[in-house]
Design a binder for this molecule. Sequence first.
Ligand code: IMP
Length: 203
Amino acid sequence: MRLLLATQNKGKLRELEAVLGDLGVKLVSLSEFNDLPTATEDGATFEENARKKALHYWHLTKVPTIADDSGLVVDALGGRPGVLSARYARDDRARIDRLLTELKHLDSAEAKRLRTARFVCAICVVLSEGALIEVVGEVCGYITTEPRGEGGFGYDPVFYYPPAEKTFAEMEASQKNSVSHRAEALTKLNRRFLELPGRDADS
Ligand code: IMP
């Protein structure tokens, strides 16, 4: 089966290929199509945005399409930055600075337990008209009071993952990638693909 990946992000392409390649799925990049208008990501939830993106490119190409949307949900901020995670500030450093400033009132040792947060990843696959697969993965942790670690990207330096007693940026990439929100969503997706009738057939 050919699957169009609704992103220009090369990292996501590689990560998805590693999981879906074993199932005989061949990922096609958006760059193989000329001048497709980009999808608007104005949904209120990660699920809505992933579905919007997948449907947008499926309607334009009629090629089965996979799209994802992810971000950080911070409980003390009523769920922000949420679907606006990428647009919270101009770059990773500024996004982290803004987050830590907004949580300044919870810096004391007693208040640290209130800095709960989770990364969420929603994935939607449009196989054909009305045939959608939708999965969501999550990973729970805490927001630290200062950045720690050099690895990863985005909010990783301030996302503390209790089972590893490290931030995501302090963990090995392979360790993070085996427990992340994206890993959980991809594992669920893998299972759903295995359940598809006649998934071995060429399409
Ligand atoms: P998108 O899914 O590419 O739109 O990503 C949304 C934003 O969420 C990214 O720009 C990051 O700021 C943040 N984000 C998503 N996943 C991760 C992660 O695994 N680590 C750190 N930040 C993440």
